[in-house]
Design a binder for this molecule. Structure first.
Ligand code: NAD
Length: 359
């Protein structure tokens, strides 16, 4: 499916360069007129709340407020403070612009207020396509799924991703790829989801190295954004397994960065499950350049090309946390193609911690 170049409206999803200019119409269509605009705390490049406010005021619409407050893992105190401001400014809908962190805050506010939520994603997290929300309180991340959490409209405008640093593109893109990989062997997978997943994985495997080579490559960024959308659909409709559960444990318990953790764990989690899913491994290998029929080789080659860090140690995980992470991972109950074997899981985490390639 080629969505490049033109504005394609898939009912709830709008693609294309300058599609952000359709924001005022989209807000009106959803019955709103005065949105709260959410962005991430810190530097956001072109994912800019003031730019959105100008588009709205040019269309004679007044934003209720701009809140530059979102941080990773959706801490409840941040949400509660934003909720007070949203009410004080009488916002009648929510617009989130940026990565998964700001989409998370938008979801948390929308599910608490019932207000419509429009997302303008500028990373490849895929969160905008899922009814899943993970919130953190007192150092614990609790995830829930509810159809009410699913955003009401998504605008994918490649122009707004151009300032996302190439390294962030690489980590975020592998995060998206992981959604699709797990959907290939999910307990509720289907031929349709597998098709979307393989298209998404292939798109990212081709586009991400091109972005790392030339961060101004607009068509590669467009391809990556489209592929990430497909991967987000996969996450939104499939059960997750070892990979996502492990990343959840590591991120939540040891405060490791989200997309980076997904990137490091992915080849190891796939290697663990490989003996139980030979057909899936063949399919996965078929969309990974240079794999020569071996999906793990294909993933290792991709990560080398992306020049990403391969070790959890580099992000602050301590060696003594390996046993603790193994225990938490073993205590979780979920469907996975291969049974959870304590020694093998511990070795998986150790290799990821040390930065040894998957095998
Ligand atoms: P993020 O949202 O924190 O963004 C990463 C960095 O990119 C931030 O510093 C941000 O300011 C910057 N950034 C974003 N857009 C930019 C742009 N256009 N130009 C320059 N910089 C830009 O990280 P993420 O990886 O996108 O999202 C991680 C969060 O999303 C985590 O909290 C994770 O739990 C959540 N998530 C949720 C789901 C779900 O389905 N619920 C899925 C994936 C991720």
């Amino acid at each position: 499916m080629d969505t490049s170049g033109s504005n394609v409206d898939h009912n709830k999803v709008l693609f294309g360069s300058r599609s952000v200019t359709k924001l005022p119409d989209t807000i009106k269509r959803l019955g709103g007129s005065s949105p709260v605009i959410l962005t991430s705390k810190g530097k956001n490049g072109t994912a800019n709340g003031n730019m959105l406010a100008k588009i709205l005021t040019d269309a004679s619409m007044t934003p209720a407020a701009i809140l530059n407050v979102a941080v990773m893992h959706t801490p409840k105190p941040v949400t509660e403070e934003a909720l007070e401001k949203l009410k004080a400014h009488a916002a009648d809908c929510i617009v989130s612009i940026g990565g998964g962190s700001v989409v998370g805050l938008g979801k948390a506010l929308s599910v608490r207020t019932g207000l419509k939520h429009i997302c303008i994603p500028t990373t490849y997290s895929g969160s905008e396509m899922t009814p899943i929300l993970g919130e953190t309180e007192n150092g614990r991340k609790v995830t829930r799924s509810d159809p009410k959490i699913l955003p009401d409209f998504v605008i994918y405008d490649v122009d707004l991703t151009m300032s996302l640093p190439a390294a962030t593109c690489a980590y975020s893109g592998v995060n998206a790829m992981a959604h699709a990989v797990e959907s290939l062997y999910a307990v509720n997978t289907s031929p349709a989801i597998s098709k979307l997943a393989l298209e998404g994985i292939q798109g990212l495997a081709e586009a991400l190295p091109a972005i790392v080579k030339d961060s101004n490559d607009r068509s590669a960024r467009e391809k990556a954004q489209h592929a990430a959308w497909l991967c987000g659909v996969c996450l939104g409709t499939s059960a997750t397994a070892l990979h996502h559960k492990l990343c959840h444990t590591l991120g939540g318990s040891f405060n490791l960065p989200h997309a980076e953790t997904h990137t490091i764990i992915l080849p190891h989690a796939v290697a663990y499950n490989a003996p139980a899913i030979p057909d899936t491994m063949q399919k996965l290998a078929s969309v990974l350049p240079g794999s020569e029929g071996d999906a793990i080789r294909g993933l290792n080659i991709l990560l080398e090309k992306l020049e990403v860090s391969r070790s959890l140690k580099a992000f602050g995980m301590r060696e003594e946390d390996i046993d603790k992470a193994t225990e938490i991972a073993m205590s979780m109950q979920y469907a996975n193609p291969r049974a959870m074997e304590k020694d093998a899981i511990c070795e998986l985490i150790r290799r990821a911690w040390a930065g040894e390639p998957a095998r």
